[in-house]
Design a protein around this ligand. Structure first.
Ligand SMILES: Cc1cc2nc3c(=O)[nH]c(=O)nc-3n(C[C@H](O)[C@H](O)[C@H](O)COP(=O)(O)OP(=O)(O)OC[C@H]3O[C@@H](n4cnc5c(N)ncnc54)[C@H](O)[C@@H]3O)c2cc1C
Length: 473
């Protein structure tokens, strides 16, 4: 285990983390520091570690299945202050873009299932929000993918055609290959094409808070500012686990790792499989509407070259501030910087990264009409207001769902690879089915999401080999 890939893990930063747009908007909400009981319960049926989209929806599914189960949710910091409380707010089901890569890595059938699962997840998230009147600024409409140059346009076209030829469903995707028409639809000057299909944006903290408030009313015990530090076997009962925290121990039958990027700090077998990586989100307040101004109408993935992406969330049901995320061209500098600063992998205290903010500014000024007014350019913070969050990168890009190999009673739903909003809702319900003894087929999730000893070992072997090659260079 001396390889670098296995050394990149860490717990949530205790103090000095940045404040996201979402966290700022709910400052003072009592749920942030909620402790259902002043003392930590000494026992529970299930302890869930983490209170983001995963932890809250897993607790909900357990209650839906076994209303009497005693559940404790441990949160190291404020309620939902991890990636869910810091993301760019898209619930954007991938409907074709990842197909070719998934097909190469996992075969045609699994690639189709992965994209179908995203569609299902989005549908279920929207249904849950509507049926329960969840106040989370939900916007639903066309989400656009817009290739910005010929490389991106060519790649998008090839991928889309391959997906269609493989039997992928495309009748809900509107495709425009005419650049002039694409620019008109998207309001992005150099658009080369435009792919549009239904997707959503929402306030992720408010979503998780709604689920958690309901969980608490149904008996869940939430303990914020309580970091799980270790999990050991119970000495009294070999079928039980003891979750150790700085405020005491909780003995339980089942533990769920819903701590995404941080899972590998607590559970050594996940090291190398799930790696934390800081990621930025920039917020820009656009100019007041003027003639010819690019008024962003949907949510966007702007595709640049072969591997870069700028996501845009205009928050059409929000306060008018626009969020820019994704792996924009400045991201490569952040990754290079990380190579020499691996101790900063769980540092979500960064309030900006120059190359990333610069890439947002260059894009907006060049591509969005009216986004370089004197007022905008004069204001120092226009293109610099940013925060960071920590992604849980998965070694093969897919989440790990299921019982941890060799650790009966310990379950995981993590490694969402920067895309959890379009995956977690169904992964959580699938996990709970497995916890009840159902076979994988009942989860309806792609088989490749399952954590198995074989998958884990193959990925670790791959990491050892690639580290050995790097060491020889
Ligand atoms: C900047 C940014 C932008 C993103 N944009 C998008 C987007 O637009 N769309 C999308 O689909 N995805 C996006 N993502 C990814 C998405 O936010 C995540 O996939 C998702 O929120 C993960 O949810 P989670 O509940 O699994 O993890 P988290 O929300 O990270 O929750 C894990 C929780 O566990 C807690 N925890 C960790 N260790 C311990 C411990 N030992 N004891 C107690 N508690 C612990 C943490 O404090 C944290 O609150 C983005 C991520 C970032 C960082």
């Amino acid at each position: 285990m001396a390889y670098a890939a296995f050394k990149n893990y860490g717990f949530p930063k205790r103090t000095g983390y940045s404040i996201s747009h979402w966290l700022q908007s709910v400052e003072g909400d009592p749920l942030l520091e909620h402790r259902t009981t002043s003392e930590l319960p000494q026992s529970a049926d299930v302890v869930i570690i983490g209170s983001g989209m995963s932890g809250t929806t897993i607790a909900k599914n357990i209650l839906d299945t076994w209303p009497e189960r005693k559940i404790v949710v441990l949160e190291a910091r404020l309620f939902c202050s991890g990636a869910t409380g810091r993301n760019a707010g898209h619930c954007k089901p991938d409907q074709w873009r990842g197909f070719v890569n998934y097909e190469k890595d996992f075969g045609t059938e699994q690639a189709l299932k992965i994209l179908y699962n995203e569609q299902q997840t989005w549908t279920e998230v929207v249904r849950y929000i509507n049926e329960n009147n969840v106040d989370c600024e939900l916007w639903t409409g066309d989400t656009l993918d817009v290739p910005l140059d010929s490389w991106a346009a060519e790649l998008a076209k090839e991928t889309f055609e391959r997906y269609k030829a493989a039997g992928g469903k495309v009748d809900h995707i509107k495709v425009t290959q005419d650049p002039e028409e694409a620019a008109k639809i998207s309001q992005i000057k150099d658009a080369q094409a435009c792919y549009a299909w239904p997707g959503s944006t929402l306030h992720p903290w408010k979503f998780a808070a709604h689920v958690m408030r309901d969980n608490i009313m149904r008996g869940v015990n939430l303990q914020t500012n309580t970091r799980a530090t270790a999990i050991i076997r119970s000495e009294k009962n070999k079928h039980k686990w003891v979750v150790k925290t700085e405020r005491g121990d909780v003995e339980c039958l089942k533990v769920v790792h819903a701590s995404n990027a941080y899972s590998s700090a607590l559970e050594p077998s996940l090291r190398g499989l799930i790696t934390p990586c800081p990621h930025m989100c920039n917020k820009v307040v656009p100019p007041k509407e003027s003639e010819g101004f690019s008024e962003l109408k949907g949510s966007y993935g702007v595709l640049i070259g072969k591997e870069n992406l700028i996501t845009i969330n205009p928050r059409l049901n929000g306060d008018g501030a626009v969020l820019f995320g994704g792996s924009n061209p400045g991201q490569n500098d952040l990754l290079k910087w990380l190579e020499n600063n691996s101790n900063r992998r769980t540092d979500d205290g960064m309030t900006g990264f120059d190359s990333i903010s610069k890439a947002v500014q260059e894009f907006a000024v060049k591509e969005l009409k009216g986004w370089s007014t004197d007022d905008m350019m004069r204001r120092e913070e226009t293109y610099k207001h940013a925060w960071s969050g920590i992604l849980g990168l998965s070694a093969d890009g897919l989440p790990f769902v299921g019982q941890l190999p060799g650790l009966p009673g310990q379950w995981v739903c993590a490694g969402h690879h920067g895309h959890g909003m379009a995956r977690i809702f169904t992964a959580s319900s699938g996990l709970v089915k497995l916890m009840g003894g159902s076979p994988w087929s009942d989860t309806k999730l792609p088989e490749v999401f399952q954590i198995t000893a074989a998958r884990a070992e193959a990925l670790k072997e791959g990491l050892r080999k690639s580290s050995a090659v790097q060491a020889r260079i």
